[in-house]
Design a protein around this ligand. Structure first.
Ligand SMILES: [Zn+2]
Length: 242
């Protein structure tokens, strides 16, 4: 076989394997995606901490429509499932299974110390924004190139999907500033915005956002070894519907 043809066949086989993997993944039963998923094993040996903002007695931002902490947690749990499918160890600071008791005072210092004890590779904080006139997801970091690159990768995915134009920005937040590992705070959108606020409470939109964050994290881990165009486009509508 000529070299050009061999390349074409190899690319076609890789693409069909990838697409088949996505289909198997999206149709799979509850639990981690099967080994046929395109990313199985990609992040084996890696640890990711996801911190859904607020929780317990602290609901975060509130509108008539929703409580921020609920949205943060929903997206965090979707992101966890996606990352578990890559073989990563994924830890949440709190979850539906391990909620923060509502009577307990939320202490950011304790949360930060717990995160730093996990010897993880990165931290993704998830929050939902409010503010008059604001729209679109925005990713924040405190310091360091690894955090900046992680923020850039996630922002690119989220901005592309939502067609909004907020920029990665440095921010002085306790958890970010005290993090011993690369860390970002993903503000997934504005609860205060009429249309975006409504979308943020919709399960499918939350899945799409989780998928964008997931692809950004994958891109950061592969560190340029895998060009962005070799990853499937964000937001296959079926993903995580099990
Ligand atoms: Zn918040």
């Amino acid at each position: 076989m000529q070299k050009a043809w061999r390349t074409v066949v190899a690319v076609a086989m890789a693409l069909s394997a990838l697409l088949m993997g996505v289909r198997v993944w999206s149709a799979g039963p509850a639990g981690p995606p099967p080994a046929a998923a395109p990313y199985a094993g990609l992040l084996a040996g890696r640890t990711v901490v996801i911190d859904p903002g607020h929780g317990g007695w602290d609901p975060g931002a509130m509108t008539r429509r929703a409580r921020e902490a609920d949205i943060n947690l929903a997206i965090a749990e979707m992101l966890r499932r996606l990352l578990v499918g890559t073989g990563a160890r994924v830890l949440l600071t709190w979850s539906r299974a391990r909620p923060i008791p509502t009577h307990r005072k939320y202490r950011v210092q304790a949360r930060s110390q717990w995160i730093n004890r996990q010897h993880a590779d990165l931290l993704v904080d998830i929050h939902t924004n409010v503010g008059s006139g604001g729209v679109g997801p925005q990713v924040f970091y405190w310091d360091g190139l690894p955090s900046r690159l992680l923020a850039d990768a996630i922002q690119e995915e989220l901005s592309g999907f939502t067609r909004t134009h907020r920029r990665v920005t440095r921010i002085d937040q306790y958890v970010l500033r005290h993090s011993l590992i690369p860390a970002v705070n993903v503000e997934v959108g504005f609860l205060s915005h009429a249309q975006e606020g409504a979308r943020l409470t919709a399960l499918q939109y939350q899945r799409d956002l989780a998928w964008c964050i997931f692809v950004g994290v994958l891109r950061w881990f592969v560190g340029g070894a895998m060009p962005p165009e070799s990853l499937p486009p964000p937001n296959p509508a079926e993903l995580l519907q099990r």
